[in-house]
Design a protein around this ligand. Structure first.
Ligand code: PLP
Length: 380
């Protein structure tokens, strides 16, 4: 790596003094888990998302597990989900005892789950559909909800990429029966670990609140306040709670989300413009009208491009890139499931996708550097 090149990470935190103060506020309060910060975060997140209930959890993987349980997934029930996603999407089905059935993406331009393939893969064992709003681009929710209603299926949104993005003026995460968000370090709302479930159903919300904390009928805080002395356990629960430090960080990050997403949109415009001259690169999701949040900036490389070689070249020049995603059904562990797959578009994107650096604080100088190294690489 030559000394004068900038080091441009795939992602950089949008953190400042506000986050430091939020953590200190919790430390000084001496109440570390499931307290006023968590309560406030849930209220603020429900309002932000436009849903009745928001339930904060330890991460999005546990949120997805509880969503499957709330949907009643068990005993080899089939759940249709994308393979072009993070492995937690389908692992959550296995945790509940269900069986993932993968559906392909729409096209080489639209990488969200195909409603036509969903419908093709419905059987009399199908219980639910998990959609994933890839990169903050909405799935075809009107059609997917119609299919779900026709076959009495439950719809879970894996909204890990999606905070702040919309579909026909509604927030992603407010469209299915239950939605799951992630506050992992590299997500648009970052706290390290953390997650959220949103739903409009009182029944699911009640179930999920119980399962989050051992199926117990009263919380430590209620007992601390003298509101309760004992408790009952009414279902099989878990410890999937968030703690006050993460909840406080999430509140600050939620306040910064709108501006952060705007900066991402602006950065995406710069990439689109700068990369339009390179024939070997196409940028997916062309022609989208909804507001996205550019959780990531994915590009599709021409078949002729050696992706590993390109990634090494960029790395040597201080630019970090990634792949979203190696398809789940091609992992060794997943070869034990689903004998016939038929996911040609997912496999194609899995081979030729490249993710460029994207975060609210990315500078024009850094983006020019990424664009110029790509131009130089393809000049050869
Ligand atoms: C990050 C991510 C998850 C998992 O989130 P955690 O909070 O790390 O458990 C699930 N699904 C998708 C699509 C993700 O990107």
């Amino acid at each position: 790596m030559s000394g004068c090149n900038p080091t441009i990470p795939l992602f950089d935190l949008n953190y400042g003094q506000e986050e430091e103060e939020a953590v200190l506020r919790v430390l000084r309060s001496k109440w570390l888990t499931m307290g006023p910060e968590t309560e406030a975060l849930e209220k603020e997140f429900a309002e932000f998302c436009g849903v009745k209930h928001a339930i904060a959890l330890s991460n999005c993987t546990t949120a997805l597990h509880l969503a499957n349980l709330a949907a009643g997934v068990k005993n080899d029930d089939e759940v249709i989900c994308p393979s072009l996603s993070f492995v937690a999407t389908s692992n959550s089905i296995l945790y509940a005892g269900g069986k993932p059935v993968f559906a392909d993406i729409n096209s080489l331009n639209d990488w969200t789950i195909s409603s036509r393939d969903i419908e093709r893969k419905i059987s009399d064992r199908t219980k639910a559909i998990i959609v994933m709003h890839y990169g903050g681009f909405a799935c075809d929710m009107d059609e997917i909800m119609r299919i779900a209603a026709r076959h009495s299926l439950f719809v879970i949104e894996d909204a890990a990429h999606a905070p702040g993005a919309t579909y026909k003026d509604k927030r992603l995460g407010a469209l299915g029966d239950i939605s799951c968000f992630s506050f992992f370090s590299n997500k648009n709302v970052s706290t390290g670990e953390g997650g959220m479930i949103c739903t409009n159903s009182d029944e699911y919300a009640k179930k999920i609140r119980l399962m989050r904390s051992h199926g117990m009928t009263s919380l430590t805080l209620d007992r601390h306040k003298g509101h309760a002395y004992s408790y009952d356990v009414v279902c099989l629960g878990y410890n999937y709670r968030i703690d006050e430090i993460h909840a406080a960080l999430a509140r600050v990050q939620l306040k910064k989300l709108y501006d952060g997403n705007n900066l991402r949109l602006k950065a995406a415009g710069i990439y689109k413009n700068g990369l339009s001259k390179i024939d070997q690169i196409t940028i997916p999701f062309a022609g989208r009208a909804d507001r996205t949040n550019y959780h990531i900036f994915p590009i599709l490389l021409d078949k002729s491009v050696n992706r590993n070689d390109l990634m090494t070249y960029l790395r040597q020049n201080g630019i970090q890139t990634s792949i979203h995603y190696p398809p789940i059904h091609q992992f060794s562990f997943y070869k034990n499931f689903n004998v016939k797959q038929d996911l040609p578009l997912t496999e194609y994107v899995g081979l030729h996708e490249l993710t460029l650096p994207m975060y609210p604080g990315i500078t024009g100088y850094q983006q020019d550097s990424v664009i110029n190294f790509l131009l130089k690489y393809f000049e050869k």
